[in-house]
Every structure is written in C-alpha cells, then in structure tokens.
Write a protein that binds this ligand. Structure first.
Ligand SMILES: Cc1cc2nc3c(=O)[nH]c(=O)nc-3n(C[C@H](O)[C@H](O)[C@H](O)COP(=O)(O)O)c2cc1C
Length: 150
C-alpha cells in the first residue's frame, strides 16, 4: 500500500517525525513516501492509497507556512481521493492552551470536507511533555500500520 506522508513544520521537528514515520511504515511493509515541501502535483503523481499528515502548529493555532498552499488547494479543489484512509500526527505545545494542536484539528476538518476517512484518532505530541517525539510516536505509528492493513 502506498502511503503519502506530508509534513508541516517551522523548525524541523515535524519533518524529523515524518521521516521517522516513513522509516517505520517502510519497515512494516508499506510503500511510504515523504517529500518535504511537497507540491500538489507531486503528491497526486504518487497516487497515494493512504495519507498521513504530520504537522506542527504555529502562530496562534495556525498551520505552518509550508503547508498552507497545499491545504488551500486541496480544500478548494478536492482531489479524487474520496474514502482514502488517513490520519493526523500533530505536534504542539499545551502551554498554548486552546490552540494546542489546532493545525492538526484543521487538517482533520480538511479530511472531513474532502471525504478522507480518519482511521485512527489524531495523536497529539506535547512539546511541554516530551523531547523525544519520534520515539513517542512509535506505538501510534504501529497502530496506524495495523489500521491500514485493516
Ligand atoms: C511561535 C510559535 C507559536 C506556536 N504556536 C503554537 C500553538 O498555537 N499551538 C500549539 O499547540 N503549539 C504551538 N507552538 C509549538 C509548536 O507547534 C511545537 O513546538 C512543535 O513541536 C514545533 O514543531 P516544528 O519544529 O516542526 O516547527 C508554537 C511554537 C512557536 C515557536
């Protein structure tokens, strides 16, 4: 199964976690693909059978800049991915209160709008609680692998 991994990052943590997710899903037998700063055309050309978005939250609950154009494009012109399994891995910091992992929530809204099927509850990794997000993501990534195998 072809799994596209898209990352939204300001300082690089989400990109590191996305890279780790790619390696772990590959080890589990998936064709996992991750391109930092991916363009929509490249993503569609990969023809994903599942989508994982790994995103930080910035500003006051905003998507990182590198995800904004792709997000708007997919929202305004939905791709032919109706029913595709999908998941969100959100990085945030609970000290931001109500906007904790808000970018991840925006991605969940996008999934609902364009008809992607969330196969696992969103993972929230809290920078106030952990300095090892890659390791902390592993059990969830293994659950994701199980959910995608169905
Ligand atoms: C300027 C700034 C604003 C942030 N705003 C939020 C926020 O609104 N909500 C949240 O959950 N985390 C927020 N964070 C925390 C980041 O999402 C978190 O540290 C994340 O791990 C950064 O990932 P990155 O290295 O991929 O950018 C903010 C961090 C910075 C530096």
């Amino acid at each position: 199964m072809k799994v596209a991994i898209v990352s939204g990052t300001v300082y690089g943590t989400a990109e590191e976690v996305a890279r780790h997710a790619q390696a772990r899903l590959q080890a589990a037998g998936f064709e996992a693909w991750h391109q930092p700063r991916v363009q929509r055309a490249e993503l569609e050309a990969f023809a994903p059978q599942a989508l994982l978005v790994v995103t930080a939250t910035t500003g006051m609950g905003e998507l990182p800049d590198n995800l904004q154009a792709l997000y708007a494009s997919l929202r305004d012109q939905p791709p032919a991915w109706y029913g595709l399994p999908a998941a969100v891995l959100a990085l945030g910091d609970s000290s931001y209160g109500d906007s904790f992992c808000a970018a991840g929530e925006q991605v969940r809204e996008l999934y609902a709008d364009i008809g992607l099927r969330e196969v696992l509850p969103m993972l929230r990794l809290d920078a106030s609680e952990t300095v090892t997000p890659e390791l902390d993501a592993e059990p969830w990534l293994d659950q994701l692998a199980g959910a995608l195998r169905g």
